[in-house]
Design a protein around this ligand. Structure first.
Ligand code: SIN
Length: 281
């Protein structure tokens, strides 16, 4: 069955109809899904029966799946899937002050090779709240003034794990820290598939702009974040049970909303990087 893509009325998102986790995706359907992620930054597929190998295969067709640094939350069947659970009363449930991902970020920007895309799949959701916000960083770049575009061209930023995450990230073990030094990425990236320019900074992991003195760097970052977080670039994703959300991680940043106390559990597949952009700080 050919899938159907229905764009949402907004700056981000398209619904994918007709995905069936009991069958492998045809090449034609996979190509349509991948194109939808490039065109709309996020895809949403509701009511998919839970099938971990199918989810893992879908993610790995987009690119190589990479393990998250927090190896204590890897799925027991495979490191290619992480569990993001809260209030579930199980050992996998996280106990940080705020839920995982409850700060604006782009996954793995604190690594030399950040993530091209992620897939989140809901296996438990609260009766209210627990949404995920997504900002379109291509639109945010396009809407910058020409003067700001000139000012940030050629600048680089230092990204650090857990920099400004408000208690949502656990402290890394000594071994995890050793493999996660600060990294440097360009402030403006060009998307390798769409050719569009992306404002590639996020409040959670970006510490500073390297070429500017401290107060100027802080001021510019504050200005860029305030601009990128304008409502006109954002999508608020409301979860249903057994729903898939795929994000082009290069063109977006996202944040989990910290407003629920009931159980919430997601499976996450992280697609690695297919182009080299970063370097050690
Ligand atoms: C994440 O940041 O990867 C998790 C987002 C969420 O749980 O909504």
């Amino acid at each position: 069955m050919a899938i159907k893509i229905e764009p949402l009325d907004g700056p981000v998102g398209a619904i994918v109809h007709g995905l069936d986790p009991s069958n492998p995706l045809s090449d034609e359907d996979f190509n349509s899904l991948q194109q939808a992620m490039l065109d709309h930054v996020a895809i949403v597929a509701p009511d998919l029966e839970e099938n971990v190998p199918w989810l893992r295969d879908l993610g790995s067709r987009v690119g190589p799946l990479v393990p998250h640094v927090l190896d204590q939350y890897h799925h027991p069947e495979t490191f290619e899937v992480s569990i993001i659970a809260r209030n579930t009363g199980t050992p996998e449930s996280r106990n940080t002050a705020k839920p995982a991902g409850a700060f604006w970020h782009s996954d793995l920007s604190y690594e030399e090779n950040p993530s091209d895309a992620i897939f989140l799949y809901s296996t438990q959701i609260p009766s209210q709240g627990g949404d995920t916000l997504v900002a379109n960083m291509c639109l945010a770049y396009d809407a910058l003034s020409e003067a700001t575009k000139r000012r940030i061209a050629g600048l680089t930023a230092t990204h650090r794990w857990g920099w400004n995450t408000g208690g949502a990230t656990p402290k890394l073990s000594e071994q995890q820290s050793a493999t996660h030094p600060d990294v440097v990425h360009p402030v403006v990236r060009r998307h390798p598939n769409t050719g569009r320019k992306i404002l590639y900074v996020n409040p959670g992991y970006v510490m500073k702009i390297n070429e500017l003195p401290g107060d100027e760097s802080d001021g510019l970052l504050e200005e860029l974040f305030a601009h990128a977080l304008k409502p006109e670039f954002q999508y608020r994703h409301k979860w249903g049970l057994n729903m898939l959300l795929g994000l082009d991680n290069r063109s977006s940043m996202h944040a989990a909303v910290d407003d629920y106390s009931e159980p919430r559990r997601m499976l996450r597949m992280i697609v690695g990087c297919t182009e080299k952009i970063g370097k050690a700080a």
